[in-house]
Write a new protein. Structure first.
Length: 459
């Protein structure tokens, strides 16, 4: 049983240089001197801090992990498919270079650990940011001071109050604005095709990995010579399959089963050689060859209805094209079915969230994978991310909800625009630009065709 938390009110003093004149905003009332609170110290949260520092605006960063980029380190062994040039925020780079940071080769592909060690840690240690960062600080809830969600009168004049737990102590922070950059990683979707967490799936937790395990490293003994089912059709699933295939080269008794909901496995290959990100296209080409060679057994379409543990093995029960089938004798399961946002901390904040994608509502038509699966999205910024709760924003992967197509460069442009608006630079906030690599595939209404895209198409 946990001990009682000590309650403490934190008065956060600005730690970066403030502008000579405070923002002239009549709606701020007495909150205008307070910092902007950033929730989450991942790439997008730290980019927001870098932009606030550029405008000489006070801020605080609240991170639940023990260090910056804590979520990224859970997949630190994975090499991303986008080169450094898409993963470094411009304002963050300027801050770093002022302090002697040596930029990595912009054409290299970093691992998750590289991102943290070579970019996020040095950024968090800059003089403009380090004293504003609070790690081991888990946000529990966000509200307006002395107001619940129902109260409207003078609401916009009241500061935000952020309730958090820091090293088992209860603390409160006040802020004039809040940027939620908590992402979605660590909140996985279940393997069940209906999106429901069943007790049977929870019961085999010890035989299930949600995410991208280090199959060739610390997780090697767990998977060698086992029958492993990988659930999902995205890049995470393909990464898992490729590592299992390497393991099988050394341990031939390893069996690999790929379970997808898609009608045809070819839909999971992506742009292959037509993808503007070579490494992303290479993932599709490599898994294509492994499937054709029989190294990976494909079960598709298969919509999992239930998962059972039986005599130390896993049984998958699901629907195929024709009937209900059961696949047995599976030792381990890797679930790569995506992630979902956690809105529990926002119960007292007024938000506008799309009911299907769980993204920021204005973004849904641009990113809904039911109708749009290109690797690009129309540039968007503060205006699209604006919530009914004034000066509250959801950015980064969480702004995309359950949609799987978010790229870091998108988040960097989001926070550049949001911070410009919060800093009174309205002209800059409206000028949103976003340059992303093409996927080489356009898909609307789930009809996939290789790139014969016109200049007016989604690519």
């Amino acid at each position: 049983m946990r001990g009682k938390m000590k309650m403490e009110w934190i008065e956060v003093k600005p730690t970066c240089c403030q502008a000579e004149e405070e923002l002239k905003d009549t709606n701020k009332g007495e909150s205008k001197h307070l910092p902007v609170a950033i929730i989450g110290a991942g790439p997008v949260g730290l980019a927001a801090a870098a932009h606030l520092a550029r405008y000489d605006q006070p801020f605080i960063i609240l991170e639940s992990g023990s260090q910056v980029g804590a979520n990224i380190l859970t997949w630190g062994h994975v090499r991303v498919f986008s080169p450094w040039r898409y993963n470094i925020d411009e304002s963050a780079s300027k801050l770093l270079k002022k302090q002697g940071w040596i930029e990595p080769d912009l054409n290299d592909l970093p691992t998750g650990k590289d991102l943290v060690d070579q970019y996020l840690k040095p950024l968090a240690n800059t003089s403009e940011i380090k004293n504003s960062l609070f790690v081991n600080t888990k946000v529990l809830s966000i509200s307006r001071k002395n107001m619940d969600k129902m109260k409207t009168a003078n609401r916009e004049k009241q500061p935000f109050v952020i309730y958090a737990e820091q090293n088992r102590e209860f603390k409160q922070f006040e802020a004039r604005a809040v940027i939620d950059a908590t992402g979605t990683w660590g909140n996985p979707n279940p393997a069940n095709s209906n999106g429901i967490w069943l007790k049977e799936e929870k019961a085999i937790f010890n035989q299930t990995f949600y995410g991208i395990p280090d199959i060739l490293g610390v997780g090697k003994s767990r998977y060698l010579n086992k029958c492993v089912a990988v659930i999902g059709s995205g890049h995470s699933a393909i990464n898992s399959l490729l590592e299992l295939a390497k393991l099988k080269e050394e341990y031939p008794a390893t069996e690999i089963i790929w379970v997808l909901r898609k009608v045809r496995v070819e839909e999971a290959y992506g742009g292959e050689e037509l993808d503007a990100l070579e490494a992303r296209g290479d993932l599709g080409s490599r898994i294509h060859k492994l499937v054709d060679s029989g190294v990976v057994q494909v079960i598709t379409p298969f919509r999992i209805q239930n998962i059972k543990g039986k005599n130390g093995k896993i049984e998958l029960v699901g629907e195929t094209k024709d009937d209900l089938k059961t696949y047995s004798d599976i030792d381990e399961m890797i679930v790569n079915t995506g992630n979902r946002p956690d809105f529990s901390i926002l119960r007292e904040v007024r938000t506008s969230i799309d009911t299907a994608t769980e993204s920021v509502k204005a973004l849904a038509p641009l990113i809904d994978p039911n109708i749009h699966s290109c690797g690009t999205v129309r540039p968007h910024g503060e205006k699209e991310l604006r919530q009914p709760e004034k000066d509250f924003y959801i950015v980064g992967a969480k702004s995309y909800g359950r949609a799987p197509t978010f790229l870091m460069a998108t988040g960097y442009e989001q926070v550049r625009s949001v911070v410009a608006y919060l800093s009174g630079d309205y002209e800059a906030s409206e000028k949103v630009e976003l340059e992303l690599p093409e996927t080489g595939v356009c898909s609307t209404n789930q009809n996939v065709t290789k790139a014969s895209c016109s200049s007016n198409s989604c690519c």
